[in-house]
Write a protein that binds this ligand. Structure first.
Ligand code: DON
Length: 560
Protein backbone atom coordinates (compact mmCIF):
# COMPACT_ATOMS: atom_id res chain seq x y z
CA UNK A 1 0.00 0.00 0.00
CA UNK A 2 1.27 3.50 -0.79
CA UNK A 3 1.47 5.62 2.35
CA UNK A 4 0.80 9.37 2.10
CA UNK A 5 4.48 10.41 2.43
CA UNK A 6 5.29 8.16 -0.49
CA UNK A 7 2.63 9.84 -2.62
CA UNK A 8 4.14 13.17 -1.63
CA UNK A 9 7.53 11.91 -2.73
CA UNK A 10 6.13 10.86 -6.11
CA UNK A 11 4.73 14.34 -6.61
CA UNK A 12 8.02 15.92 -5.61
CA UNK A 13 9.93 13.75 -8.04
CA UNK A 14 7.45 14.68 -10.78
CA UNK A 15 7.74 18.39 -10.07
CA UNK A 16 11.54 18.23 -9.91
CA UNK A 17 11.70 16.36 -13.22
CA UNK A 18 9.36 18.86 -14.84
CA UNK A 19 11.46 21.75 -13.55
CA UNK A 20 14.83 20.41 -14.55
CA UNK A 21 13.87 19.80 -18.15
CA UNK A 22 11.15 22.27 -18.90
CA UNK A 23 11.32 26.00 -19.40
CA UNK A 24 8.87 28.03 -17.39
CA UNK A 25 8.71 31.07 -19.69
CA UNK A 26 8.50 30.95 -23.47
CA UNK A 27 10.38 34.23 -24.00
CA UNK A 28 8.48 34.61 -27.23
CA UNK A 29 4.94 35.56 -28.08
CA UNK A 30 2.56 33.69 -30.37
CA UNK A 31 -0.85 34.57 -31.72
CA UNK A 32 -3.14 32.68 -34.07
CA UNK A 33 -6.39 34.30 -35.13
CA UNK A 34 -8.90 34.01 -37.95
CA UNK A 35 -7.98 37.38 -39.47
CA UNK A 36 -4.56 38.91 -40.27
CA UNK A 37 -5.66 42.34 -39.03
CA UNK A 38 -6.57 40.87 -35.64
CA UNK A 39 -3.26 39.01 -35.38
CA UNK A 40 -1.34 42.17 -36.28
CA UNK A 41 -3.28 44.29 -33.78
CA UNK A 42 -2.60 41.70 -31.07
CA UNK A 43 1.11 41.72 -31.94
CA UNK A 44 1.24 45.49 -31.69
CA UNK A 45 -0.33 45.46 -28.23
CA UNK A 46 2.14 42.85 -26.99
CA UNK A 47 4.97 44.91 -28.40
CA UNK A 48 3.64 47.95 -26.53
CA UNK A 49 4.00 46.10 -23.24
CA UNK A 50 0.57 44.52 -23.02
CA UNK A 51 0.20 40.96 -21.80
CA UNK A 52 -1.72 38.09 -23.40
CA UNK A 53 -4.92 39.28 -21.73
CA UNK A 54 -4.57 42.79 -23.17
CA UNK A 55 -3.90 41.21 -26.55
CA UNK A 56 -7.03 39.09 -26.10
CA UNK A 57 -9.11 42.24 -25.57
CA UNK A 58 -7.62 43.81 -28.68
CA UNK A 59 -7.98 40.71 -30.82
CA UNK A 60 -11.58 40.12 -29.69
CA UNK A 61 -12.55 43.69 -30.51
CA UNK A 62 -10.77 43.73 -33.86
CA UNK A 63 -12.30 40.42 -34.91
CA UNK A 64 -15.70 41.91 -34.16
CA UNK A 65 -14.95 44.69 -36.63
CA UNK A 66 -13.24 42.83 -39.47
CA UNK A 67 -15.12 39.53 -39.17
CA UNK A 68 -18.59 40.94 -38.53
CA UNK A 69 -20.01 37.64 -39.71
CA UNK A 70 -18.34 35.78 -36.82
CA UNK A 71 -18.36 37.64 -33.55
CA UNK A 72 -18.61 41.11 -32.08
CA UNK A 73 -19.95 43.37 -29.36
CA UNK A 74 -23.42 42.07 -30.10
CA UNK A 75 -22.41 38.51 -29.20
CA UNK A 76 -20.62 36.52 -26.56
CA UNK A 77 -18.05 33.84 -25.95
CA UNK A 78 -15.77 31.99 -23.61
CA UNK A 79 -12.26 33.20 -22.78
CA UNK A 80 -10.10 30.54 -21.14
CA UNK A 81 -7.23 32.21 -19.29
CA UNK A 82 -4.05 30.90 -17.72
CA UNK A 83 -2.09 33.37 -15.65
CA UNK A 84 1.58 32.50 -15.48
CA UNK A 85 2.61 34.10 -12.19
CA UNK A 86 0.21 32.11 -10.02
CA UNK A 87 -1.04 29.41 -12.37
CA UNK A 88 -4.64 30.63 -12.07
CA UNK A 89 -6.89 29.14 -14.73
CA UNK A 90 -10.31 30.60 -15.24
CA UNK A 91 -13.03 30.68 -17.84
CA UNK A 92 -14.63 34.04 -18.44
CA UNK A 93 -18.20 33.16 -19.33
CA UNK A 94 -19.45 35.98 -21.53
CA UNK A 95 -22.26 33.89 -22.95
CA UNK A 96 -25.46 35.67 -23.90
CA UNK A 97 -28.53 35.33 -21.70
CA UNK A 98 -32.19 35.03 -22.62
CA UNK A 99 -34.02 38.33 -22.13
CA UNK A 100 -36.27 38.49 -19.06
CA UNK A 101 -39.36 38.51 -21.26
CA UNK A 102 -38.28 35.32 -23.03
CA UNK A 103 -40.27 32.16 -22.44
CA UNK A 104 -40.08 28.51 -23.29
CA UNK A 105 -42.42 28.49 -26.28
CA UNK A 106 -41.58 31.87 -27.77
CA UNK A 107 -40.54 30.41 -31.13
CA UNK A 108 -43.48 28.02 -31.51
CA UNK A 109 -46.73 28.61 -33.37
CA UNK A 110 -50.18 27.83 -31.99
CA UNK A 111 -49.88 24.19 -32.89
CA UNK A 112 -46.56 23.96 -31.08
CA UNK A 113 -44.34 23.85 -34.14
CA UNK A 114 -41.20 26.01 -34.50
CA UNK A 115 -41.82 29.13 -36.59
CA UNK A 116 -39.13 29.05 -39.27
CA UNK A 117 -36.31 31.60 -38.83
CA UNK A 118 -37.82 33.32 -35.81
CA UNK A 119 -34.86 32.23 -33.66
CA UNK A 120 -32.36 33.05 -36.42
CA UNK A 121 -33.24 36.33 -38.13
CA UNK A 122 -34.20 39.62 -36.51
CA UNK A 123 -34.12 41.00 -32.96
CA UNK A 124 -36.24 38.30 -31.37
CA UNK A 125 -33.37 35.89 -32.08
CA UNK A 126 -30.88 37.89 -30.01
CA UNK A 127 -29.70 37.06 -26.52
CA UNK A 128 -28.32 39.79 -24.25
CA UNK A 129 -24.71 40.26 -25.35
CA UNK A 130 -21.83 39.29 -23.07
CA UNK A 131 -18.78 40.25 -25.11
CA UNK A 132 -18.54 43.92 -24.02
CA UNK A 133 -18.77 43.00 -20.31
CA UNK A 134 -16.19 40.26 -20.79
CA UNK A 135 -13.72 42.61 -22.48
CA UNK A 136 -14.12 45.21 -19.72
CA UNK A 137 -13.64 42.51 -17.08
CA UNK A 138 -10.56 40.97 -18.69
CA UNK A 139 -8.98 44.41 -19.08
CA UNK A 140 -9.68 45.38 -15.46
CA UNK A 141 -8.79 42.12 -13.77
CA UNK A 142 -6.06 40.62 -15.92
CA UNK A 143 -4.65 43.22 -18.31
CA UNK A 144 -2.02 45.83 -17.67
CA UNK A 145 -3.24 48.37 -20.23
CA UNK A 146 -6.40 50.50 -20.16
CA UNK A 147 -9.28 49.79 -22.52
CA UNK A 148 -8.54 53.08 -24.31
CA UNK A 149 -5.30 51.51 -25.51
CA UNK A 150 -6.48 47.99 -26.14
CA UNK A 151 -9.64 49.01 -27.99
CA UNK A 152 -7.90 51.69 -30.07
CA UNK A 153 -7.04 49.39 -33.01
CA UNK A 154 -10.66 48.21 -33.29
CA UNK A 155 -11.97 51.77 -33.08
CA UNK A 156 -9.59 52.83 -35.86
CA UNK A 157 -10.55 49.91 -38.10
CA UNK A 158 -14.24 50.57 -37.54
CA UNK A 159 -13.84 54.27 -38.30
CA UNK A 160 -11.38 54.11 -41.18
CA UNK A 161 -12.58 50.82 -42.57
CA UNK A 162 -11.05 47.58 -43.75
CA UNK A 163 -10.96 45.95 -47.17
CA UNK A 164 -13.68 43.51 -48.08
CA UNK A 165 -12.21 40.15 -49.12
CA UNK A 166 -13.54 37.03 -50.80
CA UNK A 167 -14.36 35.40 -47.45
CA UNK A 168 -16.49 38.36 -46.40
CA UNK A 169 -18.28 38.21 -49.73
CA UNK A 170 -19.00 34.52 -49.31
CA UNK A 171 -20.45 35.02 -45.84
CA UNK A 172 -22.51 38.02 -46.92
CA UNK A 173 -23.92 36.14 -49.88
CA UNK A 174 -24.96 33.30 -47.53
CA UNK A 175 -26.99 35.83 -45.51
CA UNK A 176 -27.89 38.31 -48.24
CA UNK A 177 -31.68 38.04 -47.93
CA UNK A 178 -31.64 38.58 -44.17
CA UNK A 179 -29.11 41.43 -44.41
CA UNK A 180 -31.27 43.18 -47.00
CA UNK A 181 -34.33 42.81 -44.80
CA UNK A 182 -32.89 45.12 -42.13
CA UNK A 183 -32.23 48.65 -43.35
CA UNK A 184 -29.41 49.35 -40.86
CA UNK A 185 -27.65 46.03 -41.50
CA UNK A 186 -27.90 46.59 -45.24
CA UNK A 187 -26.35 50.04 -44.85
CA UNK A 188 -23.53 48.76 -42.68
CA UNK A 189 -22.64 45.54 -44.48
CA UNK A 190 -23.84 45.91 -48.08
CA UNK A 191 -23.32 48.49 -50.78
CA UNK A 192 -26.59 49.67 -52.25
CA UNK A 193 -28.13 46.39 -51.18
CA UNK A 194 -25.49 44.36 -53.03
CA UNK A 195 -22.49 42.46 -51.70
CA UNK A 196 -19.64 44.96 -51.66
CA UNK A 197 -16.91 44.24 -54.22
CA UNK A 198 -13.48 42.97 -53.19
CA UNK A 199 -11.31 45.75 -51.76
CA UNK A 200 -14.27 47.95 -50.99
CA UNK A 201 -13.41 49.83 -47.79
CA UNK A 202 -16.07 48.95 -45.25
CA UNK A 203 -16.46 51.67 -42.64
CA UNK A 204 -18.58 51.25 -39.50
CA UNK A 205 -18.69 54.70 -37.85
CA UNK A 206 -21.53 53.86 -35.44
CA UNK A 207 -19.64 50.80 -34.25
CA UNK A 208 -16.53 52.99 -33.77
CA UNK A 209 -18.58 55.27 -31.49
CA UNK A 210 -19.93 52.35 -29.46
CA UNK A 211 -16.44 50.92 -29.05
CA UNK A 212 -15.30 54.39 -27.99
CA UNK A 213 -18.02 54.49 -25.33
CA UNK A 214 -16.84 51.10 -24.06
CA UNK A 215 -13.23 52.32 -24.03
CA UNK A 216 -14.16 55.44 -22.06
CA UNK A 217 -16.74 54.11 -19.62
CA UNK A 218 -16.05 50.39 -19.40
CA UNK A 219 -19.10 48.13 -19.25
CA UNK A 220 -21.42 51.08 -18.56
CA UNK A 221 -20.48 52.45 -21.95
CA UNK A 222 -22.49 49.58 -23.43
CA UNK A 223 -24.97 48.38 -20.80
CA UNK A 224 -26.09 51.82 -19.58
CA UNK A 225 -26.52 55.33 -20.99
CA UNK A 226 -27.01 56.26 -24.60
CA UNK A 227 -25.76 53.05 -26.21
CA UNK A 228 -28.06 50.93 -24.03
CA UNK A 229 -31.04 53.16 -24.80
CA UNK A 230 -30.40 52.94 -28.54
CA UNK A 231 -29.99 49.17 -28.37
CA UNK A 232 -33.26 48.69 -26.52
CA UNK A 233 -35.20 51.19 -28.63
CA UNK A 234 -33.96 49.63 -31.86
CA UNK A 235 -34.75 46.11 -30.72
CA UNK A 236 -38.23 46.95 -29.46
CA UNK A 237 -39.19 49.01 -32.49
CA UNK A 238 -38.43 45.99 -34.65
CA UNK A 239 -40.51 43.61 -32.53
CA UNK A 240 -37.89 42.45 -30.04
CA UNK A 241 -38.31 42.09 -26.26
CA UNK A 242 -35.15 43.55 -24.71
CA UNK A 243 -35.42 46.01 -21.82
CA UNK A 244 -32.89 48.30 -20.16
CA UNK A 245 -33.08 46.00 -17.16
CA UNK A 246 -31.84 43.11 -19.29
CA UNK A 247 -28.74 45.07 -20.15
CA UNK A 248 -28.15 46.43 -16.66
CA UNK A 249 -28.34 43.03 -15.00
CA UNK A 250 -26.10 41.21 -17.47
CA UNK A 251 -23.09 39.73 -15.65
CA UNK A 252 -20.13 37.78 -16.89
CA UNK A 253 -19.30 34.80 -14.70
CA UNK A 254 -15.84 33.61 -13.75
CA UNK A 255 -16.08 29.84 -13.84
CA UNK A 256 -13.78 27.00 -13.02
CA UNK A 257 -12.81 25.40 -16.32
CA UNK A 258 -13.35 21.67 -16.67
CA UNK A 259 -10.17 19.67 -16.12
CA UNK A 260 -9.58 16.09 -17.19
CA UNK A 261 -6.81 13.66 -17.86
CA UNK A 262 -6.10 11.56 -20.93
CA UNK A 263 -2.97 9.40 -21.03
CA UNK A 264 -0.16 11.72 -19.93
CA UNK A 265 -2.04 14.93 -20.72
CA UNK A 266 -4.06 17.35 -18.66
CA UNK A 267 -6.97 18.81 -20.60
CA UNK A 268 -8.51 22.12 -19.55
CA UNK A 269 -11.62 23.17 -21.40
CA UNK A 270 -14.88 25.06 -21.25
CA UNK A 271 -17.35 24.31 -18.49
CA UNK A 272 -21.13 24.71 -18.69
CA UNK A 273 -22.97 26.54 -20.20
CA UNK A 274 -20.66 25.28 -22.91
CA UNK A 275 -21.12 21.61 -23.51
CA UNK A 276 -17.61 21.60 -24.99
CA UNK A 277 -15.58 20.50 -22.00
CA UNK A 278 -18.11 17.94 -20.77
CA UNK A 279 -18.51 16.28 -24.16
CA UNK A 280 -14.75 16.39 -24.78
CA UNK A 281 -13.96 14.81 -21.38
CA UNK A 282 -16.63 12.16 -21.85
CA UNK A 283 -15.12 11.19 -25.19
CA UNK A 284 -11.60 11.12 -23.78
CA UNK A 285 -12.74 9.14 -20.73
CA UNK A 286 -14.25 6.52 -23.02
CA UNK A 287 -11.20 6.47 -25.27
CA UNK A 288 -9.05 5.85 -22.21
CA UNK A 289 -10.47 2.32 -22.32
CA UNK A 290 -9.03 1.69 -25.78
CA UNK A 291 -5.26 1.57 -25.25
CA UNK A 292 -4.84 0.23 -28.75
CA UNK A 293 -6.62 3.17 -30.43
CA UNK A 294 -3.57 4.24 -32.41
CA UNK A 295 -2.64 0.71 -33.39
CA UNK A 296 -5.96 0.31 -35.21
CA UNK A 297 -6.32 0.56 -38.96
CA UNK A 298 -7.97 3.83 -40.07
CA UNK A 299 -11.47 2.32 -40.35
CA UNK A 300 -11.39 0.70 -36.90
CA UNK A 301 -9.92 3.82 -35.32
CA UNK A 302 -12.55 6.02 -36.96
CA UNK A 303 -15.23 3.61 -35.80
CA UNK A 304 -14.10 3.85 -32.16
CA UNK A 305 -13.90 7.63 -32.31
CA UNK A 306 -17.31 7.88 -33.95
CA UNK A 307 -18.90 5.63 -31.35
CA UNK A 308 -17.51 7.76 -28.51
CA UNK A 309 -18.77 10.89 -30.29
CA UNK A 310 -22.22 9.36 -30.70
CA UNK A 311 -22.48 8.56 -26.99
CA UNK A 312 -21.17 11.86 -25.70
CA UNK A 313 -23.32 13.93 -28.07
CA UNK A 314 -26.33 11.90 -27.03
CA UNK A 315 -25.72 12.86 -23.41
CA UNK A 316 -25.32 16.46 -24.54
CA UNK A 317 -28.80 16.34 -26.04
CA UNK A 318 -30.29 14.63 -23.01
CA UNK A 319 -28.71 16.27 -20.02
CA UNK A 320 -26.85 19.46 -20.74
CA UNK A 321 -28.00 23.01 -20.14
CA UNK A 322 -27.13 26.05 -18.03
CA UNK A 323 -26.26 24.52 -14.64
CA UNK A 324 -27.29 27.75 -12.88
CA UNK A 325 -30.85 26.85 -13.89
CA UNK A 326 -31.04 23.10 -14.19
CA UNK A 327 -29.49 20.14 -12.42
CA UNK A 328 -26.94 18.55 -14.69
CA UNK A 329 -25.67 15.13 -13.51
CA UNK A 330 -22.05 16.13 -14.11
CA UNK A 331 -20.56 13.80 -11.50
CA UNK A 332 -22.24 10.87 -13.15
CA UNK A 333 -21.41 11.93 -16.72
CA UNK A 334 -17.74 12.41 -15.88
CA UNK A 335 -17.33 9.43 -13.58
CA UNK A 336 -14.87 6.64 -14.44
CA UNK A 337 -17.61 4.08 -13.83
CA UNK A 338 -19.90 5.65 -16.42
CA UNK A 339 -17.03 6.02 -18.91
CA UNK A 340 -16.25 2.33 -18.53
CA UNK A 341 -19.87 1.37 -18.93
CA UNK A 342 -20.17 3.46 -22.08
CA UNK A 343 -16.89 2.18 -23.49
CA UNK A 344 -18.05 -1.37 -22.85
CA UNK A 345 -21.21 -0.71 -24.82
CA UNK A 346 -19.12 -0.08 -27.94
CA UNK A 347 -19.00 -3.02 -30.33
CA UNK A 348 -15.75 -2.93 -32.26
CA UNK A 349 -17.35 -4.56 -35.26
CA UNK A 350 -20.71 -2.92 -35.45
CA UNK A 351 -22.09 0.61 -35.45
CA UNK A 352 -24.62 1.44 -32.74
CA UNK A 353 -27.89 3.00 -33.73
CA UNK A 354 -28.84 6.44 -32.42
CA UNK A 355 -32.30 6.14 -30.96
CA UNK A 356 -34.61 8.36 -32.96
CA UNK A 357 -35.40 11.98 -32.17
CA UNK A 358 -35.94 14.18 -35.21
CA UNK A 359 -32.81 15.95 -36.33
CA UNK A 360 -31.70 18.20 -39.12
CA UNK A 361 -28.39 18.71 -40.76
CA UNK A 362 -25.67 21.12 -39.70
CA UNK A 363 -24.97 23.90 -42.15
CA UNK A 364 -21.95 26.04 -42.84
CA UNK A 365 -21.74 29.03 -40.55
CA UNK A 366 -19.35 31.12 -38.53
CA UNK A 367 -17.88 32.07 -35.16
CA UNK A 368 -14.23 32.63 -34.35
CA UNK A 369 -11.41 31.33 -32.22
CA UNK A 370 -8.02 32.73 -31.29
CA UNK A 371 -5.07 31.47 -29.27
CA UNK A 372 -2.42 33.63 -27.61
CA UNK A 373 0.63 33.04 -25.43
CA UNK A 374 2.94 35.78 -24.25
CA UNK A 375 6.58 35.76 -23.22
CA UNK A 376 5.70 35.13 -19.56
CA UNK A 377 3.55 32.15 -20.39
CA UNK A 378 0.16 33.85 -19.90
CA UNK A 379 -2.28 32.19 -22.25
CA UNK A 380 -5.69 32.72 -23.73
CA UNK A 381 -7.88 30.40 -25.74
CA UNK A 382 -11.07 32.17 -26.73
CA UNK A 383 -14.00 31.15 -28.89
CA UNK A 384 -16.43 33.96 -29.64
CA UNK A 385 -19.66 34.02 -31.54
CA UNK A 386 -22.73 35.79 -32.77
CA UNK A 387 -23.88 32.32 -33.87
CA UNK A 388 -24.98 32.23 -37.50
CA UNK A 389 -23.01 34.24 -40.10
CA UNK A 390 -23.87 37.91 -39.44
CA UNK A 391 -25.86 36.74 -36.39
CA UNK A 392 -29.47 37.91 -36.44
CA UNK A 393 -28.71 40.28 -39.36
CA UNK A 394 -30.09 43.06 -37.22
CA UNK A 395 -28.37 46.28 -36.09
CA UNK A 396 -30.22 48.61 -33.71
CA UNK A 397 -29.99 52.02 -35.45
CA UNK A 398 -27.22 54.31 -34.27
CA UNK A 399 -25.21 51.59 -32.49
CA UNK A 400 -23.33 49.74 -35.23
CA UNK A 401 -23.80 46.62 -33.08
CA UNK A 402 -24.77 43.56 -35.08
CA UNK A 403 -26.87 41.38 -32.79
CA UNK A 404 -26.37 37.68 -32.27
CA UNK A 405 -28.94 34.98 -32.96
CA UNK A 406 -27.72 32.81 -30.14
CA UNK A 407 -31.29 32.14 -28.92
CA UNK A 408 -31.30 29.42 -31.56
CA UNK A 409 -28.81 27.50 -29.41
CA UNK A 410 -31.58 26.86 -26.92
CA UNK A 411 -33.68 23.81 -27.53
CA UNK A 412 -36.72 25.68 -28.81
CA UNK A 413 -38.77 22.50 -28.73
CA UNK A 414 -37.66 19.15 -27.28
CA UNK A 415 -36.19 17.09 -30.09
CA UNK A 416 -36.41 19.85 -32.71
CA UNK A 417 -33.01 20.42 -34.32
CA UNK A 418 -31.36 23.84 -34.25
CA UNK A 419 -29.35 25.41 -37.07
CA UNK A 420 -26.59 22.84 -36.49
CA UNK A 421 -28.94 19.88 -36.34
CA UNK A 422 -28.43 19.64 -32.58
CA UNK A 423 -31.33 18.42 -30.55
CA UNK A 424 -31.93 19.02 -26.87
CA UNK A 425 -34.60 18.86 -24.25
CA UNK A 426 -35.82 20.47 -21.06
CA UNK A 427 -32.32 21.06 -19.68
CA UNK A 428 -31.69 23.51 -22.49
CA UNK A 429 -35.20 24.98 -22.72
CA UNK A 430 -35.58 28.76 -22.75
CA UNK A 431 -35.95 30.53 -19.40
CA UNK A 432 -35.57 34.22 -18.62
CA UNK A 433 -31.94 35.09 -17.82
CA UNK A 434 -30.69 31.60 -18.69
CA UNK A 435 -27.64 30.96 -20.87
CA UNK A 436 -28.15 28.83 -23.96
CA UNK A 437 -26.03 25.70 -24.26
CA UNK A 438 -22.95 26.17 -26.41
CA UNK A 439 -20.43 23.93 -28.13
CA UNK A 440 -17.58 26.43 -28.03
CA UNK A 441 -14.53 24.69 -26.61
CA UNK A 442 -11.44 26.80 -26.02
CA UNK A 443 -8.96 24.25 -24.71
CA UNK A 444 -5.48 23.78 -23.25
CA UNK A 445 -3.72 20.43 -23.53
CA UNK A 446 -0.68 20.07 -21.30
CA UNK A 447 1.86 17.31 -21.10
CA UNK A 448 5.14 17.37 -19.25
CA UNK A 449 6.89 19.02 -22.15
CA UNK A 450 4.24 20.72 -24.14
CA UNK A 451 1.45 23.24 -23.85
CA UNK A 452 -1.14 23.35 -26.62
CA UNK A 453 -3.74 26.09 -27.00
CA UNK A 454 -6.53 25.32 -29.43
CA UNK A 455 -10.09 25.89 -30.54
CA UNK A 456 -12.26 26.49 -33.57
CA UNK A 457 -15.66 27.63 -34.75
CA UNK A 458 -17.99 25.11 -36.38
CA UNK A 459 -21.20 24.85 -34.39
CA UNK A 460 -21.90 21.30 -33.30
CA UNK A 461 -18.69 20.07 -34.93
CA UNK A 462 -16.47 22.20 -32.67
CA UNK A 463 -16.13 19.54 -30.00
CA UNK A 464 -15.22 16.68 -32.34
CA UNK A 465 -12.66 18.93 -34.06
CA UNK A 466 -11.09 19.79 -30.71
CA UNK A 467 -11.03 16.07 -29.81
CA UNK A 468 -9.23 15.15 -33.04
CA UNK A 469 -6.80 18.05 -32.57
CA UNK A 470 -6.12 17.24 -28.92
CA UNK A 471 -5.39 13.57 -29.69
CA UNK A 472 -2.81 14.62 -32.28
CA UNK A 473 -1.28 17.25 -30.00
CA UNK A 474 -0.78 14.57 -27.34
CA UNK A 475 0.97 12.39 -29.93
CA UNK A 476 3.22 15.38 -30.72
CA UNK A 477 2.07 15.59 -34.32
CA UNK A 478 3.18 19.00 -35.70
CA UNK A 479 0.50 21.64 -35.25
CA UNK A 480 0.43 22.58 -38.96
CA UNK A 481 -0.45 18.99 -39.78
CA UNK A 482 -3.38 18.42 -37.46
CA UNK A 483 -4.88 21.86 -37.88
CA UNK A 484 -5.15 21.23 -41.60
CA UNK A 485 -5.96 17.52 -41.71
CA UNK A 486 -9.42 16.72 -43.17
CA UNK A 487 -11.94 15.90 -40.43
CA UNK A 488 -14.87 13.65 -39.68
CA UNK A 489 -17.71 14.07 -37.23
CA UNK A 490 -20.65 12.33 -35.62
CA UNK A 491 -23.14 14.04 -33.31
CA UNK A 492 -25.58 11.25 -32.39
CA UNK A 493 -28.28 12.75 -34.60
CA UNK A 494 -28.39 12.79 -37.53
CA UNK A 495 -27.04 9.26 -37.34
CA UNK A 496 -24.30 9.58 -39.93
CA UNK A 497 -20.57 10.14 -40.13
CA UNK A 498 -20.07 13.50 -41.79
CA UNK A 499 -16.68 13.99 -43.37
CA UNK A 500 -14.71 16.54 -45.34
CA UNK A 501 -13.34 15.71 -48.79
CA UNK A 502 -10.33 13.36 -48.40
CA UNK A 503 -10.94 12.71 -44.70
CA UNK A 504 -11.65 9.01 -45.28
CA UNK A 505 -10.15 6.79 -47.97
CA UNK A 506 -12.37 4.67 -50.24
CA UNK A 507 -11.27 1.58 -48.37
CA UNK A 508 -12.09 3.11 -44.99
CA UNK A 509 -15.51 4.15 -46.27
CA UNK A 510 -16.23 0.61 -47.43
CA UNK A 511 -15.16 -0.85 -44.08
CA UNK A 512 -17.20 1.67 -42.10
CA UNK A 513 -20.26 0.87 -44.22
CA UNK A 514 -19.74 -2.80 -43.57
CA UNK A 515 -19.87 -2.10 -39.82
CA UNK A 516 -23.26 -0.49 -40.40
CA UNK A 517 -22.33 3.21 -40.45
CA UNK A 518 -24.17 5.68 -42.62
CA UNK A 519 -21.79 8.07 -44.30
CA UNK A 520 -22.43 11.61 -45.36
CA UNK A 521 -19.66 13.09 -47.50
CA UNK A 522 -19.59 16.88 -47.28
CA UNK A 523 -18.85 19.07 -50.27
CA UNK A 524 -17.35 21.76 -48.09
CA UNK A 525 -14.67 21.94 -45.48
CA UNK A 526 -15.56 23.07 -41.99
CA UNK A 527 -13.84 24.69 -39.04
CA UNK A 528 -11.22 27.40 -38.71
CA UNK A 529 -8.82 26.20 -36.06
CA UNK A 530 -6.22 28.49 -34.49
CA UNK A 531 -3.62 26.68 -32.44
CA UNK A 532 -0.30 27.22 -30.70
CA UNK A 533 2.17 24.75 -29.25
CA UNK A 534 4.87 25.71 -26.79
CA UNK A 535 7.46 23.00 -26.43
CA UNK A 536 8.76 23.59 -22.94
CA UNK A 537 11.76 21.33 -23.36
CA UNK A 538 13.21 23.08 -26.40
CA UNK A 539 11.45 26.35 -25.59
CA UNK A 540 10.32 26.50 -29.21
CA UNK A 541 6.94 27.72 -30.27
CA UNK A 542 4.87 26.62 -33.26
CA UNK A 543 1.51 27.96 -34.37
CA UNK A 544 -0.97 27.37 -37.14
CA UNK A 545 -3.97 29.14 -38.57
CA UNK A 546 -6.36 26.81 -40.39
CA UNK A 547 -5.85 26.83 -44.14
CA UNK A 548 -9.63 26.64 -44.48
CA UNK A 549 -9.84 30.28 -43.42
CA UNK A 550 -7.90 33.49 -44.04
CA UNK A 551 -6.29 33.80 -40.62
CA UNK A 552 -2.70 34.29 -39.61
CA UNK A 553 -0.45 32.73 -36.99
CA UNK A 554 2.72 34.49 -35.84
CA UNK A 555 5.55 33.82 -33.43
CA UNK A 556 7.73 36.74 -32.53
CA UNK A 557 10.46 37.55 -30.05
CA UNK A 558 9.84 39.43 -26.85
CA UNK A 559 10.93 43.05 -27.08
CA UNK A 560 12.78 43.49 -23.80
O1 DON B 1 -22.21 28.49 -29.14
C1 DON B 1 -22.31 27.69 -30.05
O2 DON B 1 -22.11 26.49 -29.92
C2 DON B 1 -22.66 28.18 -31.44
N1 DON B 1 -23.38 29.40 -31.36
C3 DON B 1 -21.41 28.33 -32.25
C4 DON B 1 -21.70 28.64 -33.67
C5 DON B 1 -20.59 28.34 -34.57
O3 DON B 1 -19.55 27.87 -34.20
C6 DON B 1 -20.81 28.60 -36.00
N2 DON B 1 -19.60 28.32 -36.74
N3 DON B 1 -19.38 27.73 -37.68
Amino acid sequence: MITPPRILLCFLVLILTWNTHANTQPQQHAIATAHPLATEAGMAILRKGGNAFDAAVTVSAVLGVVEPYSSGLGGGGFWLLHRANDGKQVMIDGRETAPLAAHRDMYLDKSGEPIPKLSIDGPLAAGIPGAPAALAHIAEQYGVLPLQKTLAPAIKLAREGFMVDAYYRRMASFRLTALRADHTSAQQFLLEHQIPPKNHRLRQPDLANTLQALAESGRDGFYAGEVARKLVTGVRQAGGIWTLQDLQRYQIIERQPLIGQYQNARITSASLPSSGGVVLMQMLNMLGHFDDLDQQNPADRTHLLVETMRRAYQDRARYLGDSDFVDVPLNHLLSPVYAKQQANSIDRYKASISSPMTAGKPEGADTTHFSIIDQQGNRVAATLSINYPFGACFVPPGTGVLLNDEMDDFSIKPGAPNAYGLVGNQANAIEPGKRMLSSMSPTFVETENQVTILGTPGGSRIISMVLLGALEAIKQTPVETWVNTPRFHHQYLPDAIQFEPHALSENTIIQLRSKGHKLKPLNNQYGNMQAIIWNKRTNKMSAASDHRGIGKAVIFPATD
